[in-house]
Design a protein around this ligand. Structure first.
Ligand SMILES: Nc1ncnc2c1ncn2[C@@H]1O[C@H](COP(=O)(O)OP(=O)(O)OP(=O)(O)O)[C@@H](O)[C@H]1O
Ligand SMILES: CC(=O)C(=O)O
Length: 572
């Protein structure tokens, strides 16, 4: 039977959403609302130098929005007021009390030559990595095994942190072959791609895919590395495609090739991928990121393979293929989540479609309660520079605002010069952006996204309750289901998800707002609740006197003598 139990007086009527929505325009510090040119104009008239406030603002901010000390004081006051309003109830939401520790948007880091050592994996984890991604397009099983073992070693010794492992399949990638050295190609010159093996000259290079000559047609545009160089097809023979260089540059070995507007006719899961998938099963990884998914059938096929193996591994579909777009809904429905793989997506489709598709894929995943990751080029300039561009910072902020569960680093952490700095930038930008999100959007699809309506209703009301009171949420889960469901409603406070399954703890590391904790459940529910709350207190995650919303719900009761569905407010 469903029940709502409250130690305090709690009104579950979700009016708070409206109240908090009213705060939205003013939640940003006032400097964001000032007309950018008003103050500089006044200062210019008085012939004053623009005020530089080094302790508060970065160089870029002072350049655009100079502020005077009175404004800073006023904005600090107003910001404090907003925090107090946000803290109504007992003012305990972890969002504000420990901002540096409670980032909600998760960070996926690709591990490669810059980061595949014990020292770097430890440092990445401490800097904020939540998921380690292994790109099977590079490296071999031995090198990936080493990384998996290191991440598992980290997880085993780290009681209050968990890093999930994601294996990203190579998929039906079309790549150019090896070259003895990089070649410079000028716009207008001729260049040939051939399906003959082992060719690598100044005029011609091999392609690793025999149907390449059948798939491309005269007039098609070929893109190297997502558009770094481009070629137009002029003619073809049985084994070669003759092109003219449109945008030239330096062609290196094993570069990624796309045909604008077309997907290769290869199956999404190749023989190599099946071999890699088995490697993932043997190593009990947490997620597959499946490249170039074009329809839901491939997801069903993989899921049924995993079921037959008894493997509890979730499937994230990579949306990067032109053919996937008409099937987005069925592909995402079949999966556990999606990755907006903007590199190939922006090569197979016109680049201006990428931001629109990103928004649409995030919206679709959110409405279906699926995880969603935004990937590629997020801090690309940090591969070689220690600071990001302003556009990159905005890109992260947009993904966070759009509601992504996670943002991903690729070359930045795989082979970049500043992998730790890149994670720190991502952490700081995500955290700062999250602090401005005050609107807990009521899902329009309440009761439709999941089949367990009672749990969904409880997740929704627990979210409304924790938002109204400004509390964190504590949940107990054996499969992760209830924590994922709560994450779907995006409560303001942290979701502390206690689980007695290490696998589930690791998997939950991907989900927005979820802080997973491993704990043995005792047969006595009360004893387990008390143990969980004292764990949080001992680890500085909640303070004495703070209230938390405690949710007991899900598909199956954990404690048979207790009701399955139950929300309480407890004082620590
Ligand atoms: N396991 C690895 N071993 C060696 N180099 C790697 C490894 N993983 C990544 N890299 C290097 O880091 C670069 C960026 O990684 P990323 O995962 O973005 O691969 P990519 O080939 O550029 O793109 P895609 O994601 O489409 O496969 C790669 O091009 C490669 O040079
Ligand atoms: C991540 C990836 O595979 C892409 O952006 O294409």
């Amino acid at each position: 039977m469903a029940q709502v139990v409250s130690a305090g007086s709690v009104n579950l009527c979700p009016t708070s959403g409206h109240e908090l929505r009213k705060l939205k325009p003013s939640i940003l510090p006032p400097k964001f609302h000032q007309h950018p040119r008003r103050i500089p104009d006044v200062r210019r008239r008085r012939n004053l130098a623009p005020a530089v406030t080094t302790s508060r603002l970065s160089r870029s901010e002072t350049a655009v929005l100079p502020v005077v000390p009175e404004h800073l004081l006023k904005e600090e006051e107003e910001f404090q007021q907003i925090k107090n309003i946000h803290h109504k109830g007992n003012g305990s939401a972890s969002v504000w009390s420990k901002p540096n520790e409670r980032r909600k948007t998760k960070i996926v880091c690709t591990i490669g030559p810059s980061t595949n050592t014990k020292e770097m994996i430890w440092k990445l984890a401490e800097a904020g990595m939540n998921v380690a991604r292994l790109n099977m397009s590079h490296g071999d099983h031995a090198s990936h095994q080493k990384v998996i073992d290191l991440v598992k070693e980290y997880n085993a010794q780290s009681k209050d942190n968990a890093i999930a492992i994601m294996l990203d399949t190579k998929g039906p990638e079309v790549r150019s072959g090896d070259l003895p050295q990089a070649i410079n190609l000028e716009s207008g010159q001729e260049f040939t791609f051939t399906i003959k093996r082992g060719v690598g000259t100044e005029e011609c290079v091999s392609v690793n895919y025999d149907d390449f000559v059948n798939d491309v047609e005269v007039g098609d545009m070929l893109l190297v590395d997502g558009g770094m160089m481009s070629f137009v097809v002029k003619s073809k023979t049985a084994d070669s495609v003759k092109c003219e260089v449109v945008d030239g540059g330096e062609l290196k070995s094993r570069r990624h090739l796309n045909v604008r507007g077309k997907s290769a006719t290869l199956p999404s899961i190749t023989d190599k991928d099946w071999d890699d998938i088995k490697f993932g099963v043997d190593n009990k990884i947490d997620f597959y990121a499946v490249s170039f998914v074009k329809d839901a059938d491939v997801v069903h096929e993989l899921k049924s393979y995993l079921k037959n193996c008894g493997a509890d591994i979730h499937v994230i579909v990579k949306i990067e293929s032109a053919d996937s777009i008409p099937n987005l809904h069925s592909i995402i429905t079949a999966s556990d989540g999606a990755m907006v793989a903007r590199g190939d997506l922006g090569a197979e489709l016109p680049i201006e479609e990428v931001p629109l598709l990103q928004e649409e894929i995030i919206r679709m995943c959110r409405s279906m309660g699926k995880a969603v990751i935004v990937a590629t080029n997020m801090l690309e300039s940090m591969i070689v520079h220690p600071t990001p561009t302003r556009a990159e910072v905005s890109d992260i902020a947009i993904a966070v605002r759009e509601g992504a569960d996670a943002v991903m680093l690729s070359g930045e952490t795989a082979h970049g010069k500043f992998p730790l700095k890149a994670v720190k930038v991502m952490h700081t930008v995500a955290l700062r952006t999250e602090a401005t999100i005050t609107e807990s959007e009521k899902p329009t699809n309440l009761g439709q996204a999941f089949t367990n309506h009672m749990s969904e209703m409880f997740a929704y009301h627990a979210t409304m309750m924790s938002n109204t009171l400004g509390t964190s949420t504590v949940v107990f889960t054996r499969t992760g289901f209830m924590a994922i469901l709560l994450s779907h409603y995006r409560p303001y406070g942290t979701i502390f998800a206690f689980t007695d399954e290490e696998r589930v703890k690791q998997r939950l590391a991907l989900y927005q707002g979820v802080c997973p904790v491993y704990m043995q459940f005792s047969d006595d529910a009360e004893e387990t609740f008390a143990k969980a709350i004292s764990y949080l207190q001992n680890h500085g995650m909640v303070k004495e006197g703070e209230e938390v919303a405690l949710v007991q719900s899900g598909r199956q009761p954990i404690w048979r003598s207790h009701s399955t569905h139950n929300i309480q407010v407890r004082k620590v």
